[in-house]
Unconditional design. Structure first.
Length: 333
């Protein structure tokens, strides 16, 4: 390999792969990269090491106009912070979809950030003793019980809220039709779903026993799969002993889940909801916030540009046309 003769790179190779067995390598394993310091950062060899080159690991600050827009829409303002279940429902309706317990390090609106009512929010290490975290969990449970918005672990296994107007759009992307369930769902997930459709409502322990998916890990994976596929949602929670009450999603939101939406339309409307709340979407942000792939998010944003709802500032960066001071949107660059 040319890498082995590279003037600034040397490899330490071991037989048997003992040092890298966790990677599954069992013959010859590249274990140590050693860089010759005087040449390691030479711009001709590693252009991204040049101080003048853009750093892909950092994100430039957003224009203050965009930050103020997010403060208002995402409730990152002390005067707008979420304090009740009704506040939380209005917040979710405004933004379209939101994470539950994520901080400023995760893209997109978050119930926890809205409860805190400020921009730079970090989850504390000891969440049990944090008042804002406890309030977020309490409101999450109250909103779930009220069932006026959709709540479940969706794409990427993240707990998310979805406003009723977007349920059919999320379902168009992730929920298989009933006739396709045997082809898409695992055997364990099918057993759990079959029991829940028969009983309509069961606590976690009862559902596990009735479905005969007795291994805890397998049962948890089946529930996560069914939530991700928008087949099952938690309806209530019991604290003593702790347990969720599960129901088929179609029982709670029958009209929204029966409505057919074209995939292209779904991508556009999810992208619209995110951009309306964010004001601007930087590279990959819509995808990270919604669970879409970057290609899917790009397709949605391109449609928004075509209809004049958004402007494309640079590759992968879009802004609301209504926030752009000029038709080209250069005022936000």
């Amino acid at each position: 390999s040319n890498w082995g003769r590279h003037p600034i790179l040397r490899f330490s190779i071991s037989r048997g792969g003992h040092l890298c067995s966790h990677l599954g390598w069992n013959k010859f394993s590249i274990c140590i990269f050693q860089f010759t310091i005087p040449y390691a950062y030479h711009p001709s060899t590693f252009p991204l090491a040049d101080p003048a080159a853009p750093n892909p690991m950092t994100t430039p600050p957003l224009p203050e106009q965009i930050e103020l827009h997010r403060d208002r829409m995402w409730r990152r303002d002390e005067d707008l912070r979420v304090e009740s279940a009704l506040d939380a429902e209005r917040f979710i309706q405004d933004v379209g979809f939101a994470n539950t317990l994520t901080d400023a390090r995760r893209a997109g609106p978050s119930l926890y950030i809205a409860v805190c009512g400020r921009r730079d929010v970090s989850l504390p290490r000891n969440v049990q003793k944090d008042e804002e975290t406890r309030l977020t969990w309490y409101l999450k449970d109250e909103v779930m019980r009220r069932s006026r918005v959709y709540y479940a672990k969706l794409a990427g296994g993240r707990s998310m809220f979805v406003a009723p107007r977007l349920i059919s759009h999320f379902a168009a992307l992730w929920m298989p039709r009933r006739t396709d369930e045997p082809l898409v769902l695992s055997a364990a997930a099918q057993r759990v779903l079959k029991v829940l459709r028969r009983e309509h409502e069961l606590a976690t322990a009862d559902l596990r026993a009735e479905s005969r998916v007795t291994e805890r890990a397998a049962f948890t994976r089946a529930l996560d799969e069914l939530q991700r596929r928008m087949k099952v949602i938690p309806q209530d929670v019991i604290y003593q002993p702790f347990s969720y009450i599960w129901i088929p999603a179609e029982d709670r939101f029958p009209q929204e889940l029966r409505k057919r939406v074209a995939r292209k339309t779904a991508l556009r409307e999810i992208a619209r909801a995110y951009l309306a709340g964010a004001g601007m979407s930087v590279l990959g942000e819509t995808a990270r916030a919604s669970g879409l792939s970057r290609v899917e998010a790009g397709s949605g944003n391109h449609q928004l540009v075509d209809e004049g709802y958004a402007v494309r500032l640079r590759q992968g960066i879009y802004a609301l046309a209504s926030l752009s001071p000029s038709p080209t949107g250069r005022g936000l660059g």
